[in-house]
Write a protein that binds this ligand. Structure first.
Ligand code: C5P
Length: 303
């Protein structure tokens, strides 16, 4: 028997590398990126709502600023799945946010991935992983990774995934900002900063792959790289001081996460992450800090 409510947890991501190629004719940029899922998770609860359509409510940090209609990616995920399954789009969705909003950690994408999984179970859709991944890719570039989790290389606009195995786990400190940054604005700024220069094809760094295979945090710290970082710092100059502070306090590496403004700092281990988190929160350069570790699995049913 299928229960009348399904709970899913869906993780945030950090891009260990984000190599951004030229803008394509469709406006997206060709990417080579390495994703890692980390244990900052949103919780999505889907309940039966016979004849009531899609009702979405949100709670948690910053939730009051998020749309709850078709502007919300999770709402669109439920609608798209209902269309594809040819079932009435009736569900009462509640999302509890722990992933920073508009922070470059794919919180909206995680919610969409979790909603696909939760509604498919609630509506007895029986979709395969592949079918859900295709719907995820139609919703947004980062949504397939929200389903996949772990570590993966993303190509195309980030939606084509190749899993990567890694050893051990990595300890992170995330420094959160007061206000989000718009992803399209950061990509546009990246284009503006590169104007008149030829842009190389995106690539995945060998050093980074070696670091993951060996579980070598020192090496991973040196291999972290984000082509969007200059653009994010150009739009939000104080991020430069935050990144510098992380380095001064002994992070193995630090970078802007995705399109920012959240900054991710790699620590040697959990103890080091605690020290780093305390030091960074004392700088006054960020709103708050979160510790997390990765890799962790993608969206999964927990109840
Ligand atoms: O796919 P998603 O909806 O997450 O993308 C949001 C925006 O980020 C796009 O509209 C585009 O401006 C930018 N983007 C891009 N190239 C990518 C991914 C996203 O230019 N590979």
């Amino acid at each position: 028997m299928v229960p009348s409510s399904i709970t899913v947890r869906a993780p945030a991501k950090v891009n260990l590398q984000l190599s951004v190629g030229p803008a394509r004719a469709d406006g997206f940029h060709e990417l080579a990126t390495v994703f890692q899922a980390v244990n900052l998770c949103d919780e999505i609860v889907a309940r039966e709502n016979p004849g009531g359509g899609i009702r979405l409510t949100m709670s948690g940090e910053g939730a009051e600023s998020l749309p709850t209609g078709e502007d919300n990616l999770a709402y669109r995920a439920a609608l798209l799945l209902a269309e594809s399954l040819e079932v009435p789009p009736d569900v009462d969705l509640h999302i509890h946010k722990a992933i920073p909003i508009a922070g470059g950690m794919a919180g909206g994408s995680a919610d969409a991935a979790g909603t696909l999984l939760a509604c498919d179970a609630l509506w007895r859709g029986g979709s395969t992983r592949e079918e859900l991944t295709d719907l995820a890719a139609a919703l947004g570039s980062d949504v397939p990774f929200g389903l996949h989790g772990g570590n993966a290389i993303g190509t195309g606009r980030g939606e084509r995934l190749t899993p990567i195995l890694s050893r051990g786990h990595f300890s992170w400190v995330f420094a959160l900002a007061d206000d989000g940054l718009s992803t399209p604005a950061v990509y546009s700024e990246c284009d503006r900063l590169r104007e008149g220069r030829s842009v190389a094809d995106p690539y995945v760094s060998d050093m980074l792959m070696q670091a993951l295979a060996a579980g070598d945090a020192e090496l991973l710290g040196r291999a972290l790289h984000n082509d969007l970082q200059l653009a994010a710092v150009s739009l939000r100059p104080p991020l430069a001081q935050l990144l510098e502070a992380g380095e001064d306090y002994g992070a193995l590496g630090g970078l802007v996460s995705g399109s920012g403004p959240t900054c991710a700092f790699l620590a040697r281990d959990e103890d080091h992450a605690l020290d780093l988190a305390v030091a960074l929160s004392g700088t006054g350069l960020c709103r708050s800090v979160r510790r997390a570790h990765g890799p962790v699995p993608g969206a999964r049913i927990t109840g």
